[in-house]
Design a binder for this molecule. Structure first.
Ligand code: PLZ
Length: 455
């Protein structure tokens, strides 16, 4: 058992199903939740948690569930990672809050320094700390607008950037994120994404990264004018959109266009960042150096923290007092982040992400060999997904994704369904999970697929 698995609640690293899932105690809590919490707050796997660590989530009924979601890509270093917990506990004993905008403290600077060091590019950088991914994206746009003195923001099909008013406008999918919540912030323009599976299937040819970028550039030139664009904001691998990995060269061509036109290039690494893809940041796979990078989720091992990191001259364009917030860079979240970053760097987590990715892909390829409904396998490292289609077509198969996720849930395996067409199952295990648990989970998924589709 590795140090990471031993961390936190030291749960036995095995799947155990002792009741139906959700069990009776979880169902009781679900009923209570329905009377206390608004219907708009969903819960896709309503087994109520009492402990989690390694690759296991233990629920209130005593079931032990294999975690292939990491709380949506957050507990990358493992739940209750010992380095995170120790530092957070020490901080809680020292002080809980002063407000970094009133009485600052060293850990805020340490986190900023670590982000400046770890993000791509060796130019002079600054980082501002915030609370959520959406808040980081909002601030990146504020900073880009302040620096460029321009308004327009370019985002992409299938993008997800958050649930605040500006980030809703930037997010692509109407239901459940936008419908009924308008009017949305203005000056947000959507460009076509490079989506190799669908681009190439439809055209029955290969749309290169450069060609896909040319579609975007034509759209910007024709509909906005490059000189009016403050920022191009893109997830280097789209998360909620379905783990869409753009064609090689797409991101680089956009960075070059941005720089030729005085546009700030923003990489939203909220979901793909922090060793998840086998490199500290997903941008590194494409050899690009963004001007600004937004991070959150994996940054602090489960505590709420986010950041915008970027070129000093851009970040410093906002006058004093223009950035901040009561809780931004909360001391306990900063302490946790320092523990998480230590774990990424000292526990070889990027390499572990690659190993896990290889294992997952091997298992998925085996399933794909007998089931053409697995339209495409894609991702990098421990950020992998399968897009389900009706066999031999590119018609999304949301029903199959849902059925398989439900089959897995009943047997104690948590997977998350995602994608614009709700037809993608994504695999985001904590990097503290064992190979044995991955194999056990995929045995369940394989049997599920055979049962649902007929072998
Ligand atoms: N940018 C790339 O993935 C959050 C949201 C799930 P917050 N993704 C999970 C849901 O249904 O709310 C996300 C992301 C990318 C920004 C965000 C927003 O991060 O911390 O949820 O605000």
């Amino acid at each position: 058992m590795s140090t990471l698995e031993k961390g936190g609640p030291a749960l036995p690293q095995e799947r155990k199903v002792v009741t139906s899932i959700p069990g009776p105690k979880s169902l009781e809590l679900e009923a209570r939740r329905g009377k206390a919490v608004p219907a708009g707050v969903g819960a896709s796997f309503p087994a109520y948690v009492v402990a989690a660590g390694g690759g296991i989530i233990k629920d209130i009924d005593g079931n032990q569930i294999i975690d292939l979601g990491s709380g949506i890509a957050v507990t990358t270093v493992g739940n209750s990672n010992p380095r995170v917990v120790q530092r957070a506990k020490d901080q809680l004993d020292a002080f809980t809050h002063t407000c970094a905008m009133v009485n600052p403290y060293e850990s805020y600077i340490e986190v900023a320094e670590a982000l400046n060091r770890l993000t791509p590019g060796d130019h002079d950088k600054r980082s501002v700390l915030l609370n959520s991914g959406a808040e980081a994206v909002e601030n990146a746009v504020k900073i880009a607008r302040s620096y460029t003195k321009r308004d327009a923001v370019v985002v992409f099909d299938h993008a997800y950037h958050g649930r605040t008013n500006l980030t809703m406008a930037m997010t692509a999918k109407a239901k459940p994120y936008k419908t009924g919540f308008g009017p949305f912030a203005g000056e947000v323009y959507r460009a076509p994404m490079s989506y190799p599976f669908r681009d190439n299937f439809a055209a029955n040819t290969k749309v290169s990264g450069e060609e896909a970028a040319a579609r975007v550039i034509a759209m910007i030139d024709n509909q906005i004018g490059g000189e009016n664009v403050a920022a191009i904001v893109i997830e280097p691998i789209q998360g909620e959109g379905g783990f869409i990995v753009p064609a090689e060269g797409f991101l680089l061509a956009l960075v070059e266009y941005a720089h030729a036109n005085g546009i700030v290039f923003v990489a939203d690494e909220v979901q793909a960042g922090f060793a998840r893809t086998g490199k500290m940041f997903a941008c590194e796979w494409e050899g690009i150096v963004p001007d600004l990078i937004t991070t959150a989720k994996g940054i602090a091992g489960g505590l709420p923290l986010s950041a915008v990191t970027g070129r000093a001259e851009i970040m410093d364009a906002v006058p004093g007092g223009g950035l901040g917030g009561t809780y931004g860079g909360n001391p306990t979240a900063c302490a946790a982040a320092l523990g998480a970053i230590e774990s990424y760097e000292q526990d070889g987590l990027a390499d572990r992400a690659l190993e896990l990715g290889e294992l997952i892909v091997k298992r998925l390829e085996k399933m794909q060999a007998s089931h053409p409904e697995l339209g495409e396998l894609r991702g990098r490292g421990a950020m992998q997904a399968v897009e389900f289609v009706k066999a031999g077509t590119m018609e999304p198969n949301a029903e199959l994704a849902d059925k398989l996720a439900a089959y897995a849930a009943e047997r104690g395996v948590l997977v998350l369904v995602t994608g614009t067409f709700h037809s993608v199952i994504r695999f985001l295990p904590p990097l503290s999970i064992s190979d044995a648990l991955i194999n056990d989970a995929f045995d369940v998924l394989e049997a599920g697929l055979d049962e649902i589709l007929g072998k």
